[in-house]
Design a protein around this ligand. Structure first.
Ligand code: GDP
Ligand code: ZN
Length: 448
């Protein structure tokens, strides 16, 4: 079995703090079975719900509840696991936990059960992270996406890319092993083609991983525009509450206002930025500074403007990251009785609406929902760490490709590919040089 014999036994209350119908104490480690036998008064059957009286050493009753024993390795952690389900009382659960610790367990650190599951190969690192993301999910689509990652959808995609990358390395490394053939070998168009395919596969995964981060953290939307165009009104209309201050005095929105929005199951973080204009008022200047900082991290910017300034105001998109989606909102259409409209232009989505009357808001909600990724079938959750790792892979592959097509220096290409593989392996948490060696020897005909 993969269990670590030197591990001690850990215990914790697994249910949320506060009163509840049922409370669970979870135990994992080599002493779990003995603790179970002591509390039950006999050997428990594996994976059976036993009705038990949990008692102190002197026989005093703590609680009556269910006792379940999951022998290693068929448990969440891969170790012997014991679950004690009692009444959901903090006092009783504390007593029960203390009793379990008196019988040889110690208090678990945060995440230690899942950490053991990872160490015992029950989950890879991306899946272990998805456990935490699932528990913390703030929207339905976020929870569904995290569950898919926990089920291994993201990890499988990483694994597929890893295999393609290893196959490419096998080709390149083989060329190095036969130096007299190296030049010809690396010039093989099949290698260039293989490189193109791996990079395309990576690009797709990167796009999906970025969306996965948005599903996890929520879509970060910055509302920008000159003072008085209706930014706060739009924020309020979307949030459905009078949260931001709406006035007729230019420059009222002095700080960055944040609104968390659940838009039909999508999580959206709206930021109303102060009008991005220079000012002598230090408070307003601080607002502008923060607004620019938020802008640099936004996934999407809503530029609120009017017909006359719609083109010139696009200068305010400056400072947005390149990947951010740009939306031009021509507000206040109620003033001249125009109809709401939606146009896809080259660099931005254009929407005509009225924050006051609500005309055209549905179109904006639809757009936000789509950008949040919740409309996409089969989307999985991801973290910034994963995106950074994939970006590192992309950089190494770009360098390898460049070297391949210019100098054909086999050693350099191989080194970049090796680094790319390592970066990729960081996502799932396993980097094994042996894998590569095995792939080289296993798939290559040395007689060639
Ligand atoms: P901000 O400075 O960009 O945040 O603008 P506000 O949301 O504070 O709005 C400035 C003024 O424009 C207020 O008097 C709003 O009531 C008004 N306003 C905002 N949206 C609309 C709209 O769609 N139609 C009309 N007629 N007035 C609007
Ligand atoms: Zn405002």
């Amino acid at each position: 079995t993969p269990t670590h014999a030197d591990n001690d036994t850990i215990a914790a209350i697994a249910t949320a703090p506060g009163a509840g119908g049922v409370g669970v104490v979870r135990v994992s480690g080599p002493r779990a079975a003995a603790i179970a036998a002591t509390l039950l008064g006999r050997e428990p059957e594996p994976r059976h719900a036993h009705l038990a009286s949990f008692r102190e050493d002197d026989g005093a009753l703590i609680d009556r509840g269910l006792l379940l024993h999951f022998p290693a390795p068929h448990s969440y952690t891969g170790e012997d696991v014991l679950e004690l389900q009692g009444h959901g009382s903090r006092v009783l659960l504390d007593l029960l936990l203390r009793r379990v610790c008196a019988l040889g367990a110690r208090l678990a650190r945060p995440g230690e059960f899942t950490e053991r599951a990872f160490l015992n190969g029950k989950l890879d690192l991306a899946q272990a992270e998805a456990v935490a993301d699932l528990i913390a999910a703030r929207s339905e689509s976020g929870a569904r996406a995290a569950l898919r990652s926990l089920e291994g959808v993201f990890s499988e995609r990483v694994q597929m890319l890893l295999e393609a990358l290893i196959a490419l390395r096998v080709h390149v490394e083989a060329a190095i092993d036969f130096p007299e053939e190296e030049i010809d070998f690396l010039a093989d168009p099949a290698i260039a083609e293989q490189m193109r395919e791996v990079r395309a596969q990576l690009d797709r995964l990167l796009t999906e991983a970025r969306r996965g981060v948005r599903l996890n953290d929520g879509l970060s939307v910055a509302i920008i525009g000159r003072p008085n165009v209706g930014k706060s009104s739009l924020l309020n209309a979307l949030a459905g509450a009078e949260r931001a201050i709406v006035t007729d005095i230019a420059g009222t929105t002095r700080d960055v206002l944040r609104e968390s929005l659940d838009l039909d199951g999508s999580h959206i973080e709206l930021l109303d930025t102060a009008g991005l204009r220079d000012s002598d008022d230090p408070v307003e200047r601080e607002g502008v500074r923060r607004a620019r900082e938020h802008l640099s991290r936004a996934d999407l910017a809503l530029l609120v403007t009017d017909e006359a300034h719609a083109v010139s105001d696009q200068a305010l998109f400056a400072g947005l990251p390149e990947r951010a989606v740009r939306v031009v909102v021509v507000n206040k259409i109620d003033r001249d009785g125009r109809e709401p409209r939606h146009e896809e232009r080259t660099d931005a989505h254009w929407l005509w609406l009225s924050a006051r009357s609500g005309d055209g808001l549905d179109g904006l909600r639809r757009l936000l929902r789509r950008q949040a990724g919740s409309d996409i079938e089969g989307a999985f959750s991801a973290r910034r760490r994963h995106v950074l790792a994939l970006e590192a892979v992309a950089a190494h592959l770009a360098a390898a490709d460049e070297t391949l097509s210019s100098t054909r220096a086999g050693e350099l290409v191989a080194e970049e590919l090796r680094q790319a593989q390592r970066a990729l392996s960081e996502i799932t948490g396993d980097y094994h040089a042996d894998d590569l060696l095995g792939a080289i020897f296993g798939s290559f005909c040395i007689g060639k």
